[in-house]
Ligand binder design. Sequence first.
Ligand code: SF4
Length: 410
Amino acid sequence: MGSAGKSDTYDGKGKRLYIVTYGCQMNDRDSEALAGLFLDRGYEMTEIVESADVILINTCSVRDHAENRAISFAGSLKEIARHKDTRHTSHEERTTPIKPIIGLIGCMARNRGEDIFQKMPHIDLIVGPAHLDKIPDFVDEIRNPKHEIRKRIIQIEDEERSEALYHPLFRVEPGHAQIVISTGCSNWCSYCVVPHVRGPLRLRTPQDIIEEVKRNVDAGIKKVTLLGQNVNDYEYTSHVTGHTTHVVNFVDLLKEIDKIDGVEELSFITNNPKNTSKELFEVMAHSPKIVKHLHMPFQSGSNRILELMNRGYTREKYLQLAEEYKKITGGTLGTDVIVGFPNEAEKDFLQTEDLMRRVRFKCAFIFKYSPRPGTKAAGMPDDVTEVEKKRRHAVLLEMQKKISKENYTG
Ligand code: SF4
């Protein structure tokens, strides 16, 4: 980890950064990458929010629970902001502002940023997922004592990310590199907010991905996890000469990374069943490095509900894939399930229960449906009562506990 910083930036030496992250593995990786950028400027990490000079809240919009927690935490920082806001009390404090810089970043910045900017004046910085690499510069700009009035910054446009975000080598789990291969998603599952807040599918080049893996391996990393909202969507087309094109799909990419000396354990997440292939299972089976576990969310066991969800596969296809996967790799499966989706009748739920009973997942993340503003499903009647959602959730949870105990313990 370097500590130089650029000559036109403030030295972060002695300054402390606190980051709280809500949501998925992709968000964890974004926070880690961002922390790396600050550490490279001389900052230190702190776990004590009151002692931080910069506080960042990396938000998630996938479920309302995560949004509510982030908003509540952001609100609770008002006190810290007020007590330390001494900028206008003396010349010394004007030139050395001590109020922490507070930023709300990630998905919620993108879909609710303008509203939060208006309603929470103690938040200095609102930055969407496309601009995370610029946050250290924004912090410098806010800290710049030449501004008589403390500046506030909002940057939430959706665009391609800069590769600069992926340059630092800082890793939260020593020896384990999570590598983003794509951002956004263009699948438009009807309940999902990701295409709205993270934008359309955008691919990093195979060269950039492979170089990042090699940089990490050179730094002693042995374990690599590739991240994408749906890794199977990876299909990078490059134009070799005039009319000749070269396509690298996810299986090709996986094979290339598998060949890198020094990578000893390789995994990836997530695989949408609609374009998960037998070829992938074969590559997994033949590589001693690839972990034999596949996270393949089925979401519902009812074809009628899968169609309303716009998932692009049937229960029959899912069951067939699960069987082929187990036969070819001998591995385990994980999944995500939603109960109480609009229109989900008891007979639909029973099919979900049946699918879980047949596949016997090693792990299952079971969620009660809640509408996300702006999605297609939010326009459908949320007609399964909260009591019924809770019941269905409890039934599946109990079943999964039993399956895990019978099949995967001891
Ligand atoms: S595949 Fe569907 S559920 Fe997954 S991120 Fe894309 S739109 Fe959302």
